[in-house]
Design a protein around this ligand. Sequence first.
Ligand SMILES: [Ca+2]
Ligand SMILES: [Ca+2]
Ligand SMILES: [Ca+2]
Ligand SMILES: [Ca+2]
Length: 200
Amino acid sequence: MYLTIPRVVTVVCLAFAPSAFAHNSYVADIPNGSDFACQTCHLSEGNYAQFNSFGTQFRTQMRMTTPPTTIGAWEALWDLDADADGQSNGEELGDPCGIFGAGSTASRTTDVSNPGVADSMSADPFGPDADADEWPDACDNCPPNANPLQEDSDGNGIGDACKLPPPEGCTCSGTASGASASSALLVLAALGLLAAGRRR
Ligand SMILES: [Ca+2]
Ligand SMILES: [Ca+2]
Ligand SMILES: [Ca+2]
Ligand SMILES: [Ca+2]
């Protein structure tokens, strides 16, 4: 009976290194990692010494750092297509824009496919693109208006295509235009005359 506990504890992903550590935590380092869990990287459940094409990419990327770490791995891999099925790793795992951060939620949590299995593909890997400018809504800086170049002249993350045009006559530089300035001077002059009249 007392042998039960150690056996249960060993039910883990041994991933990435046949020699052996539990790497269940790696699933948090890729978007929707828990969907396929160990089989995101391994050929089959229980076969932790062999990797599929995505697992090989992930492992290689990890080993480019000392000590090996998953930090930065997804950033390097999201735009690749490990299993050559025409969909990027990011498109398959619900992060077509490569904006996922470890431990966060992917921009898409449905229609996830395995990036290491060519037969597994997402039905709509790109995700919604309301304005059809080929930037998914998840990372379009102006989802309702087509702006394929994503212009953002002031760098605030909101595309120029979503900024309201300036009011007529306004330079929007913090100073009034000629017409507005004239109006302001007239108001000040009127206030000055009013004050002078009261002093008399
Ligand atoms: Ca793929
Ligand atoms: Ca696939
Ligand atoms: Ca778009
Ligand atoms: Ca847009």
